[in-house]
Design a protein around this ligand. Structure first.
Ligand SMILES: Cc1cc2nc3c(=O)[nH]c(=O)nc-3n(C[C@H](O)[C@H](O)[C@H](O)COP(=O)(O)O)c2cc1C
Ligand SMILES: Nc1ncnc2c1ncn2[C@@H]1O[C@H](COP(=O)(O)OP(=O)(O)O)[C@@H](O)[C@H]1O
Length: 277
């Protein structure tokens, strides 16, 4: 997968582009709703023999525009997003810097410069995707702004348990420590990647995790992947200041600075921190 970072104003001559199907959205977490968008876009790309592209933004629009909640930690920071998108078959990833100049674009300007000029031949997004100044562009008027340059597919709402699957919903499950409820919406357990920051004589390792949203403080059953091997263990999250400690069962020790991927299984009680299951 090719990753192309662009910033407004676009110097279109210098952007590596090709006729494509473009999936649109922020896509934090790549939950089952997002996966449905990408599956649909992939189908359209195959039918039309076009490249599969996806446009996302960085940072989250709420960092620039006042919104109800400011997102400053992610379910899938850009590197994690890249890995997941490549696996889902995305061939070109456009990462647009979301700054004030970009946020001020009218829906027509966004479509002209970021879809038509990037050779989008078909756009795919969910029923609630919005774009352009004050979110005035939507799936009801996207085709009109496209003036026939591309077709549009709107993916209907993906729901579970009577609720729209959303990154906000997954964030609230993390905030309540309800990590075992996440796979229903995410399609998998919630995973974060970090580095072993400190290890002493004890088998309890401190892990440094950046950019990811973490579950609520407490003790969790986890599985950890390091150097292609998977271990079971427990993880303790402290807040104020935020610290993450991992203990792997069977006295497995991790090396300093080793990369560790933590998969959150469920919240547990403190005594199991000492007593492996
Ligand atoms: C060109 C452009 C301008 C935008 N301007 C605004 C804005 O002024 N106010 C706003 O609330 N959102 C704005 N947005 C953000 C969108 O409403 C939306 O959050 C973003 O496109 C991510 O879509 P998603 O949340 O459906 O993934 C803009 C988006 C784009 C692409
Ligand atoms: N549950 C869903 N059903 C259908 N489409 C969705 C769903 N959730 C998100 N989308 C679409 O996925 C893209 C990215 O949406 P985004 O706003 O980043 O997700 P979320 O609503 O989870 O924060 C947009 O095109 C959006 O319309």
């Amino acid at each position: 997968m090719e990753t192309i970072h662009v910033q407004h104003p676009l110097n279109i001559e210098r952007v590596n582009k090709e006729p494509c199907v473009m999936a649109l959205g922020f896509f934090d977490g790549l939950h089952i709703g997002h996966q449905e968008i990408i599956r649909t876009a992939k189908k359209r790309a195959e039918e039309r023999n076009l490249a599969l592209a996806l446009m996302t933004f960085s940072p989250h629009p709420s960092q620039i525009i006042p919104m109800k909640k400011k997102v400053d930690h992610y379910l899938s920071p850009l590197e994690a997003k890249r890995g997941i998108l490549a696996k889902l078959g995305v061939q070109k990833l456009y990462v647009v810097t979301f700054d004030h100049a970009f946020a001020k674009l009218t829906p027509a300007e966004f479509v002209d410069h970021y879809l038509i000029d990037l050779q989008c031949r078909h756009a795919v997004a969910g029923f609630d995707f919005s774009f352009g100044f004050k979110g005035q562009g939507n799936m009801g008027n996207l085709a009109e702004f496209g003036k026939g340059a591309f077709g549009v597919t709107t993916v209907p709402k993906v729901e579970r348990q009577g609720q729209k699957v959303s990154s906000t919903l997954i964030r609230s499950l993390l905030a309540s420590g309800n990590v075992n409820g996440i796979p229903e919406f995410l399609g998998d357990f919630y995973k974060v990647t970090g580095q072993i920051a400190k290890h002493g004589d004890s088998e309890c390792h401190e892990v440094r995790i950046e950019d990811y949203l973490l579950p609520h403080k407490g003790i969790y059953e986890i599985s950890a992947e390091m150097a292609d091997a998977v271990y079971n263990g427990v993880c303790m999250i402290e807040d104020d200041p935020i610290k993450v400690y991992v203990k792997l069962f069977n006295s497995v020790k991790a090396r300093h600075k080793e990369t560790i991927q933590i998969k959150w299984i469920k919240k547990t009680s403190s005594h199991r921190m000492l007593q492996p299951v």
